[in-house]
Every structure is written in structure tokens, then in C-alpha cells.
Design a protein around this ligand. Sequence first.
Ligand code: CTP
Ligand code: ZN
Length: 151
Amino acid sequence: MTEKKLQVSAIQNGTVIDHIPADKLFDVIDILGLDKINNQITFGTNLESKKMGLKAIIKLSDIFFADNEINKIALAAPEAKLNIVKDYQVVEKKIVEVPDSISGIAKCGNPKCITNHEEIITKFQVVNKKKVALRCHYCEKITDSEHMEIF
Ligand code: CTP
Ligand code: ZN
């Protein structure tokens, strides 16, 4: 039997976000605002995964998110799995859930929408959770996942 070697070092305490599609890593970083955090963060991308081809993983030391915060990443990575680590042990696993509504994460796909012309925070109703589609609160146009731009 071959020993399982971690591709990104284990953490002592914090949150591991696993099973992120490799091409969505930077969207997840944006959504969670990780560029503004001073904690130790390690990540790996283009790692091989049997389940999903190439995946990315983010390890956040001493950070524990609230559920509503973490569910925002479902927009970019609906299959992501969270592992809560305490004293090197995984003490809890969480799956992300696509929220019913979101604000200020995505851009409205309608070029004529007021949110693309004035300083207004975007607001959407999530109309399809499987293949994420958003209905703009202001112009009511649908933005689907292929056209979704994360701020
Ligand atoms: N992990 C970590 N530091 C620890 C413990 C776990 O970074 N101290 C990471 C592991 O590298 C893995 C994830 O947390 O990416 C989940 O750990 P574990 O449940 O042990 O792994 P698996 O059983 O492979 O998880 P999965 O549910 O994804 O199959
Ligand atoms: Zn709009």
C-alpha cells in the first residue's frame, strides 16, 4: 500500500475548502475576500481528483466562517466541501448550499441595467440552484452561470 501524501500541508486549526473546480479558485478567493485577510492561507490548484478532474483546495488557518458567508461560494463552486479542523483533526464537514438571494457578489449581465451605470449594489433572486441562474432585482433579467461575472 502506498502512503497518502498531502499535496498541501495539513493545518492545525481552521477551515479547509476542498473540491473547488480548478478554474474557479480565484472566484472563490474574490467572493470570500481572502486578499484582505492576514491569516495564514495556503492553496493548491490543478491537483488531480478522481471525482472531478482538476481541483483546487484552500486552507485557512484560524478562520471559521458563518454559514451565510460560506454559502456565497456556492455560486462559483457548488460542489465545494468544507472541513473544520481543530487540533489537526477534521471535526466537522459541511457542504455549501446555494442561497435564495445574493447581493453584491455578481454583476448583472444586462448592459443596460442601472447597476452597471450607477453605484448600486447588485441584488439577485436565485431562480435556479442546480445550474445557477440569477434574476436581477432591478431589471429582472436573468444572468446564467455561463455569463456570470463575479466582482
Ligand atoms: N486536512 C488538513 N489539515 C488537517 C486535516 C485535514 O488540511 N489537519 C485536509 C485534508 O488534506 C483534506 C481535507 O482536510 O483535503 C479533508 O480531510 P479528510 O476528511 O481527512 O480527507 P478525506 O477523507 O479525503 O475527505 P473527503 O471527505 O473530501 O473525501
Ligand atoms: Zn440588472
